[in-house]
Design a protein around this ligand. Structure first.
Ligand SMILES: [Zn+2]
Length: 164
């Protein structure tokens, strides 16, 4: 079983129906329709909070007119959800039983510090500490070597839009 937290986050956000082109309302906030949709899913609450922080930060930029708000909000929400997937697994009651093998990033540019760990086996807690799926824009993945059923239980819940 393979798990790529960043891809999982991307797919889930898309599947839940979040439309990044329609989130920013041009007035420092989010469009009501998208906000209503996001509020239905507890798994998106932290991503929503961080999206607001991104909007606030971009609003203050002198270069505001040239900023792609949709792209920035997408990066923030996907990154937040990816981190949460990892953190949820790493802080779960059976985390010590979850052993992973680090899989190469699907991103075009790989991070040298992460490439050092490709193919290595470790607990999910160690992987989190080393930044897998947690560091900004990390698109590395994991092969689950042990503890599949614990992982599955958590990812199933997350894939239903619920905070596990
Ligand atoms: Zn990485």
């Amino acid at each position: 079983m393979y798990l790529f937290p960043y891809s999982m986050a991307t797919k889930l956000i898309d599947w839940l129906g979040v439309d990044f082109e329609r989130i920013y309302n041009e007035r420092g906030g989010m469009q009501r329709e998208q906000l209503k949709l996001i509020n239905k899913y507890s798994v998106l609450m932290q991503a929503k909070t961080n999206a607001y922080m991104t909007i606030k930060r971009l609003e203050r930029s002198k270069n505001k007119a040239n900023i792609d708000f949709a792209k920035n909000i997408k990066n923030t929400m996907t990154g937040t959800l990816s981190s949460e997937i990892l953190q949820t697994l790493a802080s779960s009651p059976n985390a010590d039983e979850i052993i992973i093998e680090w899989q190469p990033s699907s991103a075009e540019e790989e991070r040298a510090t992460h490439a050092l760990h490709y193919g290595k086996r470790m607990t999910i807690k160690q992987a989190e500490k080393l930044g897998l799926g947690v560091e900004y824009n990390c698109q590395c993945g994991m092969k689950i070597i042990a503890g599949q059923k614990h992982v599955q239980k958590i990812t199933t819940k997350i894939n239903r839009g619920k905070k596990a």
